[in-house]
Design a protein around this ligand. Structure first.
Ligand SMILES: Cc1cc2nc3c(=O)[nH]c(=O)nc-3n(C[C@H](O)[C@H](O)[C@H](O)COP(=O)(O)OP(=O)(O)OC[C@H]3O[C@@H](n4cnc5c(N)ncnc54)[C@H](O)[C@@H]3O)c2cc1C
Length: 287
């Protein structure tokens, strides 16, 4: 496995911020994951698994432990009729493209989410009426060093949550169930969704997508806009004027800028509307 010491986490996050990880291990197999986890446990060192870093805010102080990231060897995509087996490191965009090429529908919703399969299952990622919950047959995980197969219905999927979070599971792969469809329709659907994203989301700036979860009965972006916070800026971080639910790295932001902006937005929305915004973005390290 490749091991990188004092690795800048801005290279591994879509926010393009964050200090150095003490070490980052690019693992090639479950055995390597188990070895690293055992070693960390023995040495009382903390560790975290990351996917494509598209939902992470890593502290500017970095991460004083081990980051485990999956190499391309753990990103297989294998089509078996209407089922597709996917390694945790595979990008959702690649899975969607493979499904499209094999005339399989049902994964178009995820084609524009810049995450990996592992991160998407962990977060139960979703968009445009679809979510991972709808397509997962089973998930292969490492639990206390053992490989276990968990059925989709036992994954306790809910809005941006799954059993993986609750039980500290390491996702290594999953079987997805798609459906035979018309290739042209799938292509059209993916194009439409991509155009929607492009017109509504500030994709020209680094971000982690929606910064806050959708509070029940509200939309975070609308609350933030109605609080007059479009374009609100702290350091290099800004509330996107195109989509107020996105905090963007507007101009060489630090993670601290983003963190402070999130805190101020939360405070102002609470004061204005009495609604508590909760971060969707996962914080890594000390803030
Ligand atoms: C422009 C943009 C648009 C976005 N649009 C959407 C959207 O429409 N819908 C949506 O839901 N999200 C969206 N996101 C957020 C993000 O892409 C998703 O949350 C995605 O699922 C995160 O996947 P990741 O691989 O990047 O995970 P990471 O950000 O690397 O990690 C997220 C969490 O998953 C855990 N994790 C990752 N891999 C594993 C694994 N193998 N085993 C166990 N735990 C793991 C990490 O520890 C962390 O807690 C968007 C982000 C951006 C930047």
């Amino acid at each position: 496995m490749e091991i990188l010491y004092m690795e800048p986490m801005r290279k591994h996050t879509t926010f393009r911020t964050g200090g150095n990880a003490k070490r980052l291990c690019l693992v090639k197999s479950e055995e390597e994951i188990n070895t690293i986890v055992e070693e960390c446990t023995l040495n009382n060192e903390k560790y975290i698994i990351i996917g494509n870093g598209s939902n992470l805010l890593v502290s500017d102080k970095g991460y004083d432990g081990t980051i485990i990231k999956f190499s391309d060897d753990m990103a297989e995509i294998r089509v078996e009729g209407e089922n597709v087996y996917v390694g945790a490191g595979a990008l959702l965009s690649k899975i969607a493209a493979t499904a499209r090429d094999n005339s399989l529908k049902g994964f178009e919703f995820a084609s524009g989410i810049p995450g990996s399969l592992g991160g998407a299952i962990y977060m139960n990622a979703g968009a445009y009426g679809g979510e991972m919950k709808d397509v997962v047959v089973y998930v292969d995980v490492l639990k206390d060093g053992h490989k276990v197969r968990v059925a989709g219905e036992d994954m306790e999927f809910s809005y941006r949550h799954s059993l993986a979070e609750k039980e500290n599971l390491i996702i290594i792969g999953a079987m997805l169930k798609l459906e035979s469809g018309d290739k042209e329709e799938i292509i059209e659907n993916m194009k439409e969704l991509a155009a929607k994203r492009l017109s509504k989301q500030p994709l020209e700036y680094p971000s982690a997508g929606s910064t806050f979860k959708r509070p029940e009965g509200y939309f975070a972006g609308k609350l933030i806009m109605d609080a007059g916070l479009a374009g609100y800026t702290v350091g290099g971080a800004r509330v996107s004027e195109k989509h107020c639910g996105f905090v963007i790295n507007y101009d060489n932001a630090t993670s601290q800028d983003i963190y402070r902006l999130m805190a101020e937005v939360t405070e102002k929305v609470k004061a204005e509307f009495g609604v508590l915004l909760e971060p969707e973005v996962q914080l890594v390290g000390e803030f």
